[in-house]
Design a protein around this ligand. Structure first.
Ligand code: ZN
Length: 324
């Protein structure tokens, strides 16, 4: 199968990424383009086709080398029906039969899955943490994405919406979430939420170097907060500690619900590296039970921004390779 590839497609709110991926998880060719706010499904599907064909041409492969196509997309969606029910951050995307529409144009079998599930499967299948053990991925970016891989399979659930760990509640009656609930993990531990919480404090009088940076017009990211915390800024330290605490709460709940070997942290916030992992482990240890040492390893993700395309392709390999 060495010359065969799966096409992995990662549809995000800001970028559309396509990669051709070998059965080893290695990327052969890739292409990407920005997604504009309000772009309609038809345009995006056309772009998926164009980028796929461009990648094949770049890799000097023809259509017959493609075993299938995997697409990771914001949801909620139905993998079994191949339909995006409503895509967060994509205006006008409701009940889009993406699997069949894309499959018809490309003449290939397509598997559609949630972007969090695709990234989790990518880390499971091709990441450094790969050893076939059960794992949960949390992607800490604009929001908090998640995916659960148990027994080599992505957990989808009866409603096909399992793994939405960003919307598990870590602080009942806590901060309002865009989903309509309160206290979701996403409101504390996404990269965006860290910045938001830090700046809210500055606006209400917390002393921090963030204030001067903001006044100067410097861009403030989660990494800025992490760096200032490391360098002794008391307010940033408090925000960072709280972030690690809430992630540890999520890890405890993941431990008892899924009992995985690993919880893997990826996305923009994970650029803080050991500062994040050490902080989460510290709070996890302080809160964990004493009945049995069934603790997951808390680790950094290894595929970076490629997890989505690699995982989408991996799902296609898992589903379609036996039919070739
Ligand atoms: Zn929520």
């Amino acid at each position: 199968m060495s010359d065969y590839v799966a096409i992995g497609i990662d549809l995000g709110g800001t970028n559309l990424k396509v990669a051709l991926v070998y059965s080893t998880g290695a990327i052969v060719a890739r292409a990407a383009q920005p997604v504009e706010a309000g772009q309609q499904p038809g345009e995006i599907i056309d772009a998926m086709v164009t980028l796929s064909r461009q990648s094949l041409a770049d890799a000097h492969l023809d259509d017959s080398a493609v075993i299938g196509v995997g697409v990771g997309s914001p949801g909620p969606l139905s993998t079994s029906r191949g339909v995006i029910i409503k895509a967060a951050n994509l205006v006008g995307w409701e009940n889009v039969a993406l699997r069949d529409r894309l499959g018809k144009i490309l003449g290939k079998s397509v598997v559609l899955d949630n972007d969090g599930n695709a990234a989790a499967f990518g880390e499971y299948w091709a990441g450094n943490n790969h050893d076939g053990h059960d794992m949960v991925l949390l992607t800490l970016g604009t929001g908090v994405g998640g995916g659960v891989v148990l027994g080599g399979q992505v957990l989808r659930g009866h409603y096909e919406n399992a793994g939405e760990i960003g919307h598990t509640v870590v602080e009942p009656r806590g901060r309002a979430c865009t989903c309509g609930k309160h206290g979701c993990l996403e409101q504390y531990a996404s990269a965006s939420a860290v910045v938001r919480r830090a700046m809210e404090g500055v606006e209400t009088g917390e002393a921090s170097s963030l204030k001067a940076m903001d006044t100067q017009g410097d861009e403030i990211t989660a990494q800025t907060v992490a760096t200032l915390a490391r360098d002794g800024d008391a307010w940033c330290q408090q925000v960072w500690e709280e972030t690690c605490f809430y992630l540890a709460v999520a890890c405890i709940n993941i431990q008892h619900t899924f009992n995985p070997a690993r919880v893997i942290l990826g996305g923009g916030l994970s650029c803080a590296g050991d500062q994040l992992i050490d902080g989460v482990r510290k709070h996890f240890s302080a809160m964990s039970w004493s009945l049995y040492e069934d603790f997951p390893q808390i680790q950094l993700a290894s595929l970076g921004y490629d997890a989505g395309v690699i995982g989408a392709a991996g799902l296609a390999w898992q589903r379609f390779s036996s039919t070739n």
